[in-house]
Design a protein. Structure first.
Lengths: 139, 139
DNA sequence: CACACTATAACGATGCGTGAGAGTGG
DNA sequence: TCCACTCTCACGCATCGTTATAGTGT
C-alpha cells in the first residue's frame, strides 16, 4: 500500500505555518479543538499529508463562515464513511444553508456600504462648506 | 433653556430594548464600556433622549463595523467639541478607512460565495449521478 | 555560547448570552 | 401571594493574540 508515511511527508509546525499562512498558535488551537491530530516525535508535532488536507478544508470552511465546531463535525463525517451518499447529502444541505446566510450578509453589507457612503458625502459637503480641503490619495 | 429632562423623556430599560431591538444585557454592557450613561432612579436605569441618540449612533457604528471602542472615542469627540472642524475631519478620515475595509470585505465575500456555489454544484452533480433527488424549497 | 525553533500554561480581547439569586411595585 | 420587571454578580463561548517560561537541537 501507499499508506505508509514517508519522512519527507512530515512537516514541522513552522513549515505548516509558512505553507498555509497561519500562526503556530492557530494550529495548536485547532488541535485542542480536535480538528487536527499531528503525530508526535517526542514533544514536537509533525504534520502528515492528511493533516494538510484537513487544514485546507478547515481554512475553506472558515472562508465560508462555518464555525470550527461545524467544520469538526463535517470533517468527522468525511472520515467515518468514505463518500456515503447520505453524508454528502447532509453536507450539501448545510452548504446551501450557509450560502443563503452569506447572501443575506452580502445584502446587509451592501446597504451598510451605501449608507456609509452617504454619511461620508454629507460630511464632505459640510467640510467643503467650511473651506476644508480634503487631500485623499487617488484611487 | 430646553435642557431640562421632562419625565416622559425617560424610558426604562425594557422600553429601550423594545424600541431598538436589543437585550437588557446589551444596554448594560454598553454602559459598562462607558458608551451610555443613563440616569438612576434608585437602582433602576432611566434613559434620556440623549441616551437614545447615542444608542442610535452606536448601532449605526456597529453596522459599519466599528468596534465598540472606536465608537466610544467617536462619541466622545462629538461630546467634547460641538462640531469642531478638526473633529469632523478626523471622523471623516476614519469613516473613509472603514469604507475601504468594508469594500474589501465585500470582495472577499463575493469570491467566497462564488466558490461555495461551485462546490455546491459539483456535489449536486455527484448526488444526481447517484440518482438522489434534491427537493429544495423554491426561491 | 548563541540562536532559532518548539513546547506548555495561562491571561487578554471582543460582544455579548445565560443563568443564579434577590429586590421592587402593583 | 404572585407576576413582571429590574438589579448585580459572574461564568461561558468563539477564535485566537500575546506574553512568560522553559526546553531542544545545531
Amino acid at each position: 500500500v501507499t499508506e505508509d508515511v514517508s519522512d519527507d511527508d512530515l512537516q514541522t509546525i513552522g513549515q505548516m505555518c509558512a505553507a498555509f499562512g497561519v500562526t503556530p498558535r492557530t494550529l495548536r488551537f485547532y488541535e485542542a479543538k480536535e480538528l487536527l491530530a499531528p503525530v508526535r516525535e517526542g514533544q514536537k508535532r509533525l504534520y502528515t499529508r492528511r493533516c494538510r488536507a484537513r487544514l485546507k478544508l478547515i481554512l475553506q470552511g472558515k472562508r465560508f463562515g462555518f464555525s470550527l465546531e461545524d467544520i469538526r463535525q463535517l470533517l468527522d463525517l468525511y472520515d467515518i464513511g468514505d463518500q456515503q451518499t447520505t453524508q454528502l447529502a447532509r453536507t450539501h444541505t448545510l452548504a446551501v444553508g450557509r450560502l443563503r446566510a452569506m447572501e443575506a450578509q452580502r445584502a446587509e453589507l451592501d446597504t451598510a456600504i451605501a449608507d456609509l457612503r452617504e454619511q461620508i458625502q454629507s460630511s464632505e459637503a459640510t467640510l467643503a462648506a467650511r473651506g476644508v480641503r480634503l487631500d485623499e490619495a487617488a484611487e
